[in-house]
Design a protein around this ligand. Sequence first.
Ligand code: HEC
Length: 149
Amino acid sequence: MFNRKIILGSVAGAVIAASAFAAAHSPVTQRQEAMKAVGGQMRTLGGMAQGKIEYDDFAAISAFEIMRNASATAQPLFASAGDGSEENRALPEIWADGSDFDARMTQMIADLDAAIAAEPADQASFAPLFGAVAGNCKGCHEKYRAPEE
Ligand code: HEC
């Protein structure tokens, strides 16, 4: 089993780092950093899901916790389009129908909460939980994120 105290300690550290960051940057930059933190966990988790990286419950659950906190940080930062002075890939459709966008982010957070609560002890129980989390990314990006230039 993993050690929850250590996980909570590292999450607290990440939250402190995030709020130090928040003081110095605009909502647009902050949400991009938060989304980067979400994406940053995907390679290891994807590797574990595919069996290319040996499953490690501590690493997997810690990664879900980081993604969960980063998603919750990002969600309210999408409330405003920004003043247009900063480069970003958020499409105007987000604010045309904000409730769908918000519901998608809420769903991803719920899937992460479920994955954390399940405390998957082995790769077989982890893989479908990861699949549910990862299933949120593409649909939202296709609808609400501009393609890379
Ligand atoms: C509710 C919609 C939504 C969901 C769900 C979502 N994203 Fe995003 N993501 C966005 C939007 C919109 C942007 C562009 C933000 C901007 O440029 O201001 C973005 C940007 C990103 C970026 C680029 C950050 C940068 O600026 O460098 C990464 C990486 C990313 N998302 C990863 C993920 C991953 C991985 C998942 C799934 C686990 C995911 N996202 C789920 C909407 C979403």
